[in-house]
Design a protein around this ligand. Structure first.
Ligand code: RAM
Length: 379
């Protein structure tokens, strides 16, 4: 069975995840009932969710309010998405959510950007969108600071700026639509790797751009998690950057295998990186020998999970991220919110959201994919 976007099952899954996480005070767990291994860190609460904690609460209790599709705005806004690049399937998928929201709100949607993730190219696109006087720019940054002056100029012209996926400097935007808790995403990838390796062995991180705000924020929490008692025998030997380029990421993986003969695991917190690393591990005959986890698109990782190259990885629904980002920008354009902490607005089928500290709006807990459930996802 494939899960259709926005289906009741997806909503229920989010609610269950939210309940398990909040009640257990836990990190990101595998699908309920699939595994119950300990985490390496002595202070970890993850894995402690009791079956009772997974009881389904009313939607409103989980902070999710069902809404009619037309709720949330008066429509008509001209909103442009500027992702890290326009060929990455993650952003192609997120754009579907942006278009869906625009259709519901009667607004305009366009996605612009380069074929290569490049901060310089993003600045050029911001300048062009500013000249075009769009109502809002929704941007995923390849560099938080390099984009800031151009975005500040756009804001000075009255254009709403919202970041999604990968934040920009806070004074360069009104709100940031984060896919999930940055801390949860960072720590949980180390927790998964620790379980896969029995808390022992050399690991490497294969990241995106060295200036990617989201990957760097997750990596900071990964390093903090690794510094906890319990991880003494797991060593992060290097962080490599594949620049969200499939070939560069593949080559970086092959180089890792040569440079670190005792390497036992790779964490890749990027959909491009994890797919390229899985391909490289198979081609080099190291699948299964080296554990690989991180963030990936189920449709790109299905084969690697089914043949055992990857045991477990995570992601949120990029369609929902794009949908929420469009609704957020629309709400600011229409004056419903300004991006100040405590404001609430309704994002169509996703329900109501509250702006958090620093203008952050969090989509929700991610999904964890394994061989047992990956066929239920289609994005
Ligand atoms: C890549 C991009 C994106 C990130 C995902 C997980 O597609 O780097 O920014 O959020 O991976």
């Amino acid at each position: 069975m494939k899960i259709a976007r926005g289906s009741a099952f997806v909503r229920l899954f989010f609610v269950l995840m939210l309940t398990v996480l909040s009640v257990a005070g836990a990190g990101l767990n595998g699908p309920a009932g699939v595994r119950a291994q300990e985490n390496c860190a002595a202070d970890a609460g993850a894995g402690a969710a009791s079956p009772a904690a997974a009881a389904t609460p009313p939607l409103a209790d989980a902070g999710i309010t069902p809404a009619s599709p037309s709720a949330g705005g008066t429509g008509g806004a001209n909103i442009a998405f500027l992702p890290k690049d326009v060929v990455n399937n993650y952003f192609v998928t997120a754009a579907k959510g942006g278009q869906e929201a625009a259709d519901e709100l009667g607004g305009q949607f366009q996605q612009v950007g380069s074929d290569q993730p490049s901060p310089t190219e993003q600045v050029t696109y911001i300048q062009t969108l500013t000249q075009q006087a769009v109502d809002a720019i929704v941007v995923s940054a390849n560099d938080p600071d390099a984009l800031a002056p151009a975005l500040q100029e756009a804001r000075a012209q009255g254009i709403t700026v919202v970041s999604y996926d990968s934040d920009v400097a806070p004074d360069a935007r009104q709100a940031f639509v984060n896919q999930s808790s940055t801390e949860l995403i960072g720590r949980s990838q180390v927790e998964v790797m620790g379980r896969l390796l029995g808390c022992e062995g050399e690991i490497a991180i294969l990241s995106a751009f060295s200036t990617s705000t989201n990957q760097n924020a997750w990596i900071a929490f990964m390093e903090d998690e690794l510094s906890k008692p319990g991880y003494e025998n797991m060593e992060l030997v290097t962080i490599e950057y594949g620049d969200d380029d499939p070939q560069k990421s593949y080559d970086a993986t092959v180089e890792l295998l040569t440079a670190y003969p005792d390497l036992r695991g790779i964490i890749s917190p990027t959909t491009i990186g994890i797919a390229a690393a899985a391909q490289a591990l198979e081609a080099e005959g190291r699948a299964g020998d080296i554990q690989l986890t991180g963030l990936g698109l189920p449709n790109e990782m299905r084969a690697y999970v089914e043949n055992g190259t990857v045991a477990e990885f995570a992601l949120w629904n990029p369609i929902d991220l794009g949908y929420l980002a469009y609704y957020t920008a629309n709400a600011i354009v229409n004056g419903e919110i300004t991006g100040a902490e405590g404001e609430t607005f309704t994002a169509g089928r996703l329900g109501s959201y509250t702006v958090g500290a620093g203008g952050e709006i969090v989509l929700g807990p991610p999904f964890v994919f394994t061989a047992e459930n990956i066929d239920e996802f289609d994005f």
